[in-house]
Design a protein. Structure first.
Length: 334
């Protein structure tokens, strides 16, 4: 068995001209098992890296299952009298909202499945239908309820995993911090999830979307460049995080209904939304839905103000689908 876990980025920032009147500040670091990059226009040149690092550590202490003393880890371990914090409440409420909208195709109780398949912090278990059925009895977002700052689990073996939404949320938190410090023109990126506000000089910020090359190399190729206009952009894909066993490839995005990796025709789902937390969650949900159901969902949920760029497989040929409103802001490279 061979595990292949390259970092899923999916996006690369595209440069624009720098203003002579204001300073372009660029800071970067590591957090949540990946990297982050922030660019912003500042008149006084203040560097916010120390504050950003501190915020990201606080978020991990709330939402990371990889931190044993985090709030989510302590809840998963059924420790008594755990009070959740505002970070947890924000992510939980959005998760429940997306779960309800998608009929459970997005579900933060998939934690035990993720670990069983070897995509979490546990080694892969021996998987068969009996094993999956034994886990599925604890996979259902409806078994969770937030009462004030106390999370109630219907079954003690229900375990949460916010990995499909936490990075997007972290981007939103960092963006809000910059805005509170008077920064109006910025781009925040963490692990490929990003949000942009204002402009870089006189141009909108831009980002590139990777071509979903399904191999084990570090080769990257751009599929498209998107012009961001005060929007968040998040990408989910099965092509850079998977493992192979007995000649079969198993991807990390799981279908909460079956307990098995989602086997749909979308290879990469890029979603634009007003905030990165929303974009992040729906990017994962669309990977589970597949192309036709995703298109139907977008038509029936126009109030969400989502725009998408899908790369999908049709009869072993890669094709793309772009929201009509996004076409004048997107340029395909190939």
């Amino acid at each position: 068995m061979k595990f292949l876990f390259p970092v899923l980025i999916g996006l690369v920032l595209i440069s624009a001209c720098q203003s002579n009147e204001n300073k372009l500040i660029t800071i970067e670091g590591e957090a949540q098992g990946t990297t982050w990059h922030i660019s912003y226009i500042s008149k006084d040149g203040i560097n916010f890296k120390q504050a950003i690092d501190s915020i990201l550590k606080d978020i991990d202490l709330s939402l990371s299952t990889y931190v044993p003393v985090s709030i989510i880890s302590r809840i998963n371990n059924n420790e008594p009298d755990i009070r959740v914090d505002p970070y947890f409440i924000d992510v939980f409420n959005k998760s429940m909202e997306v779960s309800q909208r998608t009929g459970g195709l997005f579900d933060v109780t998939v934690g035990p499945l993720i670990n069983a398949w070897g995509f979490g912090f546990s080694k892969k278990a021996n998987i068969d239908s009996t094993r999956i059925d034994s886990i599925l009895q604890y996979v259902d977002y409806k078994m969770l309820k937030l009462d004030g700052n106390i999370l109630i689990k219907e079954k003690k073996d229900v375990k949460l995993d916010f990995n499909a939404i936490a990075q997007g949320y972290s981007v939103d938190v960092l963006a809000l911090y910059l805005e509170k410090r008077g920064i109006k023109n910025y781009l925040v990126e963490l692990g490929g999830e990003l949000i942009a506000k204002g402009k870089k000089n006189t141009e909108n910020w831009k980002a590139g979307i990777d071509h979903p090359i399904q191999n084990t190399s570090s080769e990257r190729k751009l599929e498209a460049i998107i012009e961001l206009d005060n929007r968040a952009l998040c990408t989910s894909g099965n092509y850079r995080k998977f493992y192979e066993e007995n000649g079969k490839r198993y991807a990390h995005i799981l279908d909460p209904r079956t307990g098995f990796p989602a086997r749909q025709n979308i290879l990469s789902a890029s979603v634009l939304a007003d905030d990165a937390m929303t974009a992040d969650a729906y990017a994962t949900a669309f990977m589970v839905m597949g192309l036709e159901r995703s298109k139907q969902f977008l038509e029936e949920n126009k109030d969400l103000n989502l725009e998408v760029f899908f790369i999908y497989d049709e009869n072993n040929t890669w094709k793309t689908f772009t929201s009509e409103s996004l076409k004048n802001k997107l340029k395909q490279v190939n």
